[in-house]
Write a protein that binds this ligand. Structure first.
Ligand code: FPP
Length: 241
């Protein structure tokens, strides 16, 4: 594995669009869900690698608001995978001091899954190590829309004066309100798109689009990407001092 980055120059928050599970399975003549199961194993490996590479926040895109368009078999299989993953990993995540949060709209999720999500958030709420955020039924536009609706309601109720709405206001209404913005966004599988992921939050993020299909992604590759970030020059639109 590459040298650990603990000197504060590495990304504190890495967000990952885990793409390519379907192609990975198809390449092996297997059903798409086989790829999703293989992908779930990689999640564990990457979460475990976070302390070694100095990543304090990891946010992963597990299911988008657009993913409901997939076949009923694939959607049901993914939901079942999420239920099983949460039930199976809860103790290990707590033991590893990982605090888990979910972002996205829960309304379309089934009651059993919501219960497991609530339990996992509660059971890990005192954990102080890695902050793992799982985006489930998440879409950036949907999140901004829901946030705007709540903000508008607060304006309507007189809690906020429209004159006081500035760039600090909307983030307080986003699902990610307790998280720092991502420093590095990674997408696997060779697609150079952000697909509605963390639209507001990634305004100044660095992006890495890599060819690896998600089930082939390793802790070594994660460490390499994190190490590469440390050698970049981020200016946030300004000029280098
Ligand atoms: C994209 O690959 C992947 C998904 C829509 C699902 C991501 C889910 C996992 C990695 C499973 C485990 C996650 C957790 C949190 C347990 P794709 O199906 O779009 O692949 P393709 O582009 O090759 O078709």
């Amino acid at each position: 594995m590459a040298e650990p980055l603990r000197d504060g120059t590495g990304p504190r928050h890495v967000a990952i669009i885990m793409d390519g599970n379907g192609r990975w399975a198809t390449n092996r003549g297997r059903p798409r869900l086989f790829g999703h199961h293989a992908g779930a194993k990689r999640v564990r490996e990457v979460v475990e690698a976070c302390p070694d590479v100095g990543v304090k926040y990891l946010t992963i895109f597990a299911f988008s608001t657009e993913n409901w368009k997939r076949t009923q078999v694939e959607v049901a299989g993914l939901m079942s995978l999420f239920r099983r993953y949460i039930a199976k990993e809860t103790r290990a995540l707590r033991d590893r001091n990982v605090r888990v949060r979910f972002i996205g709209d829960r309304v379309r999720l089934d009651a059993k899954l919501i219960q497991l999500m609530d339990d996992l958030e509660r059971i890990t709420e005192d954990c102080t190590g890695t902050n793992l955020t799982i985006a489930l039924n998440y879409g950036g536009r949907d999140e901004v829309t829901r946030a705007t609706r709540r903000l508008a309601q607060d304006v309507h109720e007189g809690k906020i004066d429209p004159k006081d709405v500035d760039e600090e206001t909307l983030p307080k209404y986003l699902d990610t309100h307790v998280l720092p913005d991502p420093d590095l966004v990674v997408r696997t599988s060779g697609e150079a798109r952000i697909s509605n992921f963390l639209l507001w939050q990634s305004a100044y993020a660095e992006y890495e689009f890599i060819d690896t299909l998600w089930p082939d992604f390793t802790a070594e590759e994660f460490a390499r990407l994190v190490g590469g970030y440390g050698r970049r020059d981020r200016r946030f639109g300004g000029v280098k001092a």
